[in-house]
Design a protein. Structure first.
Length: 315
């Protein structure tokens, strides 16, 4: 039996009406379930270096989904407000049995396949997906404020409960590391030798007291020449995915690579073509790009959905 999943992620500056219209379009295309794969709370950084979220829009999105009688999975990404995301999604999932918070439900067993969710991104605050010595859970900074660690090694534990790895589909906001500029993990990365990013402490080393100050300082130097396409996927997650035998991985995050699809060896996979291996960057809502996948036991196929094709008149 074929199950069709709609895929939306990376809502930063998109209009709320377009996001809701995107959900309607996916429903019209016959999706059985909806997966909202990170960066859902309109998280943006403006030209002054401020980072903020449109909480009103996020709440309206959840309210709209709650009115749809369709199973919907919420995955937080690297630009989702921790306190509001956690509170709103937990509340609505408690009231609505068709809304799933993937922090609480990281594995969903279907009749002929299994969905596995690894929420979070490579961030300090909010939802941090990391290869960590710390267990998955909610933590509080000594300076005040809460955040979550999602230990990506949990994937090994989840896979022990999966009878056939060929029938498992992994959903995470961030992709694994690949090698070529054709891959789904390619994004435009800022390049400046004067800024050395330290993975262990997550800060820029140039005399700044905080990551925020480093960003503000770097804004003065940036130009279009400072950005180059680069493989930005997680090498830690890559090792784990390969170790456990995952061959189907649906992601967001890398806006530059939206709608790219290939197999584990980076060979292109054609749209609407059944395959046993698929790595798919499915959606970038700011560009009105959504996705769908069909799942039939160990086979999947994907579809690119461009919302512009469904909207009449000026956007």
């Amino acid at each position: 039996m074929v199950t069709r999943y709609g895929l939306i992620s990376d809502i930063h500056t998109a209009k709320l009406d377009d996001v809701l219209r995107g959900i309607d379009v996916l429903k019209d295309e016959g999706i059985d379930e909806l997966i909202l794969n990170g960066d859902l709370s309109w998280g943006v950084s403006d030209k002054n270096g401020r980072e903020f979220f449109n909480i009103d829009n996020f709440e309206k999105l959840i309210e709209y989904v709650a009115k749809q009688d369709i199973p919907t999975y919420f995955l937080p990404g690297d630009k989702d407000n921790f306190s509001k995301f956690e509170a709103y999604v937990s509340f609505f999932s408690f009231k609505n049995p068709h809304i799933f918070y993937t922090i609480d439900r990281p594995v969903i067993h279907k009749k002929d396949h299994t969905l596995i969710f690894l929420p979070g991104g490579e961030v300090e605050d909010g939802f941090s997906l990391e290869d960590s010595i710390y267990e998955t859970g909610r933590y509080e900074w000594a300076r005040g404020g809460f955040f979550r660690i999602i230990n990506m090694n949990d994937l090994k534990k989840y896979m022990k409960d999966v009878d056939d790895p060929e029938k498992a589909i992994l959903f995470s906001h961030i992709p694994i590391k690949f090698n070529t500029l054709r891959a789904v993990d390619v994004d435009e990365a800022f390049v400046d030798d004067s800024f050395k990013y330290n993975e262990k402490y997550r800060c820029f080393k140039k005399g700044y007291l905080s990551l925020k100050d480093a960003k503000l300082g770097s804004l003065k130097q940036r130009s279009t020449q400072d950005y180059i396409p680069k493989n930005v996927g997680s090498s830690d997650l890559e090792k784990i995915v390969k170790d456990v035998g995952i061959k189907k991985h649906i992601t967001g995050h890398t806006h530059y690579s939206v709608h790219r699809a290939h197999d584990l060896h980076e060979n292109p996979v054609n749209e609407n073509e059944w395959t046993n291996e698929l790595f798919f960057m499915a959606s970038y809502m700011d560009k009105l790009k959504l996705g769908m996948i069909d799942v039939d036991e160990n086979r999947v196929r994907y579809f690119r959905v461009n919302l512009k094709d469904y909207i009449k008149g000026p956007l």
